[in-house]
Write a protein that binds this ligand. Structure first.
Ligand SMILES: NC(=O)c1ccc[n+]([C@@H]2O[C@H](COP(=O)([O-])OP(=O)(O)OC[C@H]3O[C@@H](n4cnc5c(N)ncnc54)[C@H](OP(=O)(O)O)[C@@H]3O)[C@@H](O)[C@H]2O)c1
Length: 275
């Protein structure tokens, strides 16, 4: 009888939590279970945000400033970045904010220069958090109707620019032994997005790249966040996805170096030693 009562209570509690999750919660359970952003992780740190001239990037900049971060704001439109900076300083007069205009599609040489400048700000402090937020999104169009020009425009910014910036910045972080990439993906990077096939392809590409990078580099303590719902909370808590590829990343690299099977079950469960 007591057992039945216990089961009934637990079922009611589970049903209540499920109901709350379905109706109230606006992020995944890992994310919402972490509480508010951790100021201690970001206070005084250098946070570089691309796409900071409007939208999510602008709000991210304001919230990071509220948490005491030193900011580098990037996008193509300098006037808009100056507006965002002015707005931040009007609310947080002690904030340290640098404006660094750049075009993610400008190619490696140009991005190299931009990375060099970003690293030199705040007395050569170096970038602690790189927030890859900028993106190019075309008007909705059928997957077969997209032109080569549209394909290149999207991939140049969302994929080539973002990955190149990462390749150029990561060595500085590795030298310092610390650094954090935050990538704004999208639901379109997870599930089909009718009318947004190229944008969706670009986000899938980013997810693939950063999941692989994270898998490779975790041994060196540079954590790489890939997420759809990533927000400043996830960033400041350092959340990671619990993927098998993440768990076995280092072993996979070893297997690849030895030209072994990088998808072997042995990477997860270990292999029996032959007699
Ligand atoms: N809004 C949503 O509902 C939503 C949903 C899922 C995911 N996301 C993702 O969240 C991020 C922000 O979205 P959002 O809606 O806030 O974007 P947005 O309002 O369209 O802003 C895009 C930002 O990227 C910058 N940008 C565009 N092309 C650039 C280039 N070639 N080089 C450098 N910067 C460039 C823009 O500034 P300039 O034009 O001045 O360069 C702007 O600051 C994106 O990655 C997006 O895919 C958004």
């Amino acid at each position: 009888m007591l057992l039945l009562l216990l089961i009934a209570v637990l079922t009611a509690v589970a049903a209540f939590l499920l109901f709350k999750f379905a109706t109230v919660v606006d992020g995944d359970l890992t994310l919402v279970s972490r509480g508010p952003p951790r100021r201690d992780r970001v206070d005084g740190k250098v946070v570089w945000i691309t796409g900071a001239s409007r939208g999510i990037g602008e709000v991210l900049a304001m919230q990071f400033a509220n948490l005491g971060a030193k900011l580098i704001l990037s996008a193509r439109t300098k006037d808009e970045l100056e507006r965002v900076k002015k707005n931040i300083l009007s609310k947080n007069p002690d904030s340290r904010v640098e404006v660094l205009p750049m075009d993610l599609s400008a190619g490696e040489e140009s991005l190299k220069e931009v990375v060099h400048v970003a690293e030199s700000f705040f007395s050569n402090a170096g970038v602690d958090y790189m927030i890859h937020n900028a993106a190019f999104e075309r008007p909705k169009r059928g997957a077969l109707e997209e032109s080569e020009e549209g394909l290149k425009a999207t991939l140049n910014v969302n994929v080539f620019g973002t990955i190149t910036l990462t390749r150029l910045l990561a060595p500085y972080m590795l030298d310092r032994g610390t650094g954090h990439f935050v990538v704004m993906s999208s639901a379109a990077g997870k599930v089909p997005a009718p009318g947004q096939a190229i944008y969706s392809a670009s986000k899938h590409a980013l997810n693939g790249y950063f999941a692989s990078l994270r898998s490779e580099k975790r041994e060196k303590r540079v954590s790489v966040e890939r997420c759809v719902e990533l927000t400043i909370i996830a960033a400041t808590h350092g959340l990671k996805e619990a993927w098998i590829s993440y768990q076995v990343g280092a072993k996979r690299l070893d297997a690849a170096a030895k030209k072994g099977n990088t998808y072997s079950w042995n990477l997860i469960f270990g292999s029996k030693k032959s007699a």
